[in-house]
Design a protein. Structure first.
Lengths: 112, 115
């Protein structure tokens, strides 16, 4: 079945470090790919999506590029801040379906 | 207002007892979802309502029930709680049918502990 794999369970960085959180997916065709962010005490929030190969999604300084060949959608940010500390979820939605499949999440901790 | 509200935020239940969780949204969204989230696991879709039509996942079909008395409210009902039901329950809504062209808005969750 369709699935999302996030290889890092936790990432610890210092402010101004470069961030990469890896996301690989398994699905047929061209699923839509998403990143959601969950801050403490809140539910996940939509960050951005991409729907086509080589499309870049971005928001709040975060970005990811849809890579069909590598089946990846890695999240990156050039310079993280302490306020970026949160859990980040990669997700996919197969074409023409009502469902979203989430990864297990990556907890980002940024130290000042 | 893009708020999805959930009540209660924390729930303690006894094994064998029923549990009822409530979710509400005022965005006039057509679809409302319930997910179960356990530590180190991905949020797992339990069921969703598109308008008045309930869709339940095959592997949770008999474990959870739901009702949507109007567009704004949706409940998740467990008839007889077991220890394995301890988890965070997330409610979400989307404007249309969800999926690849839509965005889900999540509530803060209800943490259920079954003892």
């Amino acid at each position: 079945g369709d699935s999302v794999t996030q290889t890092e369970g936790q990432v610890a960085l210092s402010e101004e470090d470069f961030l990469t959180i890896h996301c690989n997916y398994s699905a047929s065709g061209y699923p839509a790919l998403f990143w959601y962010v969950q801050y403490p005490g809140e539910g996940p929030q939509f960050l951005f999506r991409a729907s086509r190969d080589k499309e870049k999604g971005s928001s709040r300084g975060f970005e990811a590029t849809y890579n069909k060949e590598a089946t990846s959608f890695h999240l990156q940010k050039a310079s993280v801040q302490e306020s970026d500390s949160a859990v980040y979820y990669c997700a996919l939605s197969p074409s023409n379906t009502d469902k979203v499949v989430f990864g297990t999440g990556t907890r980002l901790q940024v130290s000042p | 207002d893009t708020t999805v509200k959930q009540n209660p935020r924390y729930k303690l239940a006894r094994v064998g007892k029923p549990v009822n969780l409530i979710c509400s949204q005022t965005m006039n969204h057509d679809t409302m979802y319930w997910y179960q989230k356990k530590p180190n696991q991905a949020p797992k879709l339990l069921l969703f309502y598109y308008d008045k039509i309930l869709n339940r996942e095959a592997d949770t079909f008999e474990k959870f029930q739901s009702s949507r008395p109007n567009n704004s409210f949706c409940s998740l009902y467990i008839g007889s709680a077991g220890l394995e039901y301890s988890a965070m329950y997330l409610c979400a809504s989307s404007r249309d049918r969800g999926g690849d062209q839509d965005t889900q808005y999540f509530g803060p969750g209800t943490r259920l502990l079954v003892l």
